[in-house]
Design a protein around this ligand. Structure first.
Ligand SMILES: Cc1cc2nc3c(=O)[nH]c(=O)nc-3n(C[C@H](O)[C@H](O)[C@H](O)COP(=O)(O)O)c2cc1C
Length: 187
């Protein structure tokens, strides 16, 4: 693993196993061309394929880290200034719950925890923010009724230090672009 500081620092974008605004999220990543490395949860990698995306094509445009080691070695990069921001988008209820309870047993929950310990800001696009929403499943649009525990976890995450929780696509776009602009100005 490279240990030297990388300049300018980049955005670390975690894709979890949620299909919520998945296509729009990938478009947003590509619109920030050259600035984003992608971190996939195991489920994120599967969901990517289920929505018809080819990991090889994504790899041609971005550095991609897969969740294939127990200790999540890429988190070391956060200690050497490689990343200015962590974005978890879309974030499953599973990943949000683990983050809220301080669990870091996957690549994505690890980068959230380590970013926190390095005081690197995070933006989390939590899918479960209202008692009902529509989402695009591989077979078409479906209705989702998040449980009370899912809604409560989203609220609890808002109280975390250096963490911005967004719950719609427009807010995700503006939060991410604001982080990119801030870092461009510092570069
Ligand atoms: C096509 C598909 C779409 C999914 N979309 C969601 C979703 O929008 N929100 C969610 O919480 N889980 C969703 N799941 C379930 C998660 O992938 C599953 O809970 C997984 O264990 C999450 O792991 P991760 O949080 O490590 O990515 C989806 C699963 C599939 C197969």
């Amino acid at each position: 693993m490279a240990q030297e500081t990388e300049s300018p620092a980049r955005m670390a974008w975690a894709l979890t196993g949620s299909g919520h605004f998945f296509a729009e999220t990938l478009e947003l990543i590509d619109s920030l061309e050259g600035q984003v490395d992608i971190f996939l949860s195991g489920a994120g990698e599967e969901v990517l394929q289920q929505y018809g995306y080819d990991l090889k094509e994504i790899r041609a445009r971005h550095r991609v880290f897969r969740d294939n080691a127990a200790s999540s070695p890429p988190v070391g990069l956060f200690y050497y200034g490689h990343y200015h921001t962590v974005v978890i988008a879309p974030a499953t209820s599973n990943t949000v719950a683990k983050c809220v309870f301080g669990i870091s047993d996957t690549l994505v929950t690890n980068i959230f925890a380590q970013a926190g310990k390095c005081r690197i800001p995070s933006v989390v696009f939590a899918c479960d923010s209202a008692p009902h929403h529509w989402t695009e499943a591989p077979g078409g649009t479906v209705s989702v009724y998040p449980r009370q525990v899912d809604l409560e976890n989203t609220e609890k995450l808002r109280a975390f230090e250096a963490t911005e929780v967004v719950t719609d696509l427009a807010s995700l776009q503006s939060a991410v672009r604001a982080r990119a602009r801030t870092e461009d100005a510092h570069a």
